[in-house]
Structures are given as structure tokens and as C-alpha cells.
Design a binder for this molecule. Sequence first.
Ligand code: GLV
Ligand code: GLV
Length: 322
Amino acid sequence: MPKIYITRMIPESGIEMLKNKGYEVVVNPEDLVLMREELIEAIKGKNYDAVLCLLTDEIDAKVFDAAGPQCKIFANYATGFNNIDVAEAKKRNVMITNTPGVLTNTVAEHTFALMLAIAHRIAEADKFVRALKYQGWAPRLLLGNDLFEKTIGIIGLGRIGSRVARHAVKGFDMKAVYYDVKRNEEFEKEFSAVYAPLEDVLKQSDFISIHVPLLDSTRHLINAENLKLMKFSAYLINTSRGPVVDEAALAYALANKIIKGAALDVFEFEPNITPELLALDNIVLTPHIASATEETRSKMSALAAANIIEALEGRTPPNLVE
Ligand code: GLV
Ligand code: GLV
């Protein structure tokens, strides 16, 4: 009977699927991130056939060694898989899968929640009301900015970036410009979107939203130099991966009004936050929850399980990462 290890409790849907197959499922009993040594200890010599892991687990040669050669698949409970050494997995014929698609709309919604929150000053306003500072309607109280008819610059036009563009253009009458390593002319037609080099996207946009994976080529893509290209009135939104933004440079840009505001769901040194950011009013912060709805997390659980079942039954899993 196949044995599956899950590195932390996830929604039941996927666990049920694995159990219904008759697999033995072991879930890390602590609802805490496993430290690296704890993860290695948990799987070493246990002969698991599959591991369902999280974006907080660093999966590399040492972990594959601990899992042993019978372990066929590491199924990541995330779309991003920068936490896994995919080249090393390939060398060992270990399959790696992710959970794309099911979270696209939820992350796009969260991107808008952040964009609206920073532009309409929702977090600041909430604090203001709770502090009992509201003394009556006032013409200049907490003025924000419209999204309506502004330009959104999408950096990374994958599933999520395209969905954000769709909401922006169809829902908020925004204009879309985008940068990606690949041009998508069909998308341009459908959303009257304009493809431009990164520099031009940064210069033209009122809102910049980042949707690239974390790669060597995207680390610190938003650095001091690129922040200076943005409008003084512009907002930066990041729901992708923290290290795409140089957080020290962002804190400097926000404090010195080089850009107007930012909203982040992901952080360069997660779960640590650059302290300078915490002191600023012109930033909204959420703790890597862009895919965290009941609906989506349940689908991610089921998809990760489906990938494991396909792999263990000798078929190609639907979300094999190449
Ligand atoms: C979340 O950050 C994911 O990649 O799924
Ligand atoms: C995520 O699924 C993406 O491709 O943007």
C-alpha cells in the first residue's frame, strides 16, 4: 500500500482522495512549518512513495536523499515551485507537480483587493475609525485615487496576470500595458492591451502589478533603479514572490515619495518583514494569503492529491513541472 507524507495539515479534500485510494497518509501532527532538519527526520528511512509539500518547504538533494529512491513524486501545494530544486529532481527521476489554474481567479481577486485597499486607503481608514478619530464627514478626509481609466502595467502575463488584466479592463475601464518574455497578440486584441518593454511599462503605469515566477532573471526585477522609472503617483502591487522586489529599495521609495504607495502579499525574507515597511502609512500588507479562500485551498488540496494518484498509478500527472 503506497505511503504518503504531507508536510503540514491541509484542507481535507485531498487527504480524503488519497485515503479513498487505500493509501496510508501521514500528516505532520504539528500545525507548524517543519524546520529543514525536522522534514528530513520525518521522511528519512520511512519509505514514502510520495510527499505532498508546501512553498515553505525547501526541497533539494538532501531531502530527496532522505526520501529515498522509491519516492516518485513531490507534489507542491502551490503554483510557484521556486522552493524545489527541479533540476535535481529530474536527475533522480522524481516527479514535481504544482497546482496552477485553480487559484488563478482567487489570486486575481486578492490583487484587486490590495489595489483597491491602497488606492482607496481602506487599511488607513479602518485604523482611523477604530481609533475614534472620525468626527464627521469632511471634504478632504482620506482622499485616495480612482482605478477608473487609469493604466495598469502587468508584469508577467501568465494565467494570473491575464486574469488581473481582464478585471482591470472589463471591470474598471482601465487601460492595460504589459511586459512578459513572450508577447501575446490574441490577448492584446481581446483587451486592447499594449505590449511594451519593462522600462516603458514602468514609466507609463499608474498601477504596476507583478505576476512573474521567482527565477534568477526576476530576482530584484523591481529595484531602486526601476522604482525611479515609475510615476510619483504610481502604486506597486506584488502577489507573486517577495524577492522579485528589493524591499529595502521599496521602503526607501515609499518613504521618499518616489512612488505613492504599495501593497504586498509576499515578502523578500518571508515571514520576516523589512522593519522600515511596517512604519509606513502608504503600504498595505497581507501575509501571503492571495490564494487563501476556502474554495481555492480545497481545490489546491484535491489537485495536489490528484497529481500524486496519477503518478503512483503510473500515469503522467496533470501538473508535471518540466
Ligand atoms: C502561492 O504563493 C502559490 O504559489 O500557490
Ligand atoms: C499561475 O498559475 C500563472 O500562470 O500565472
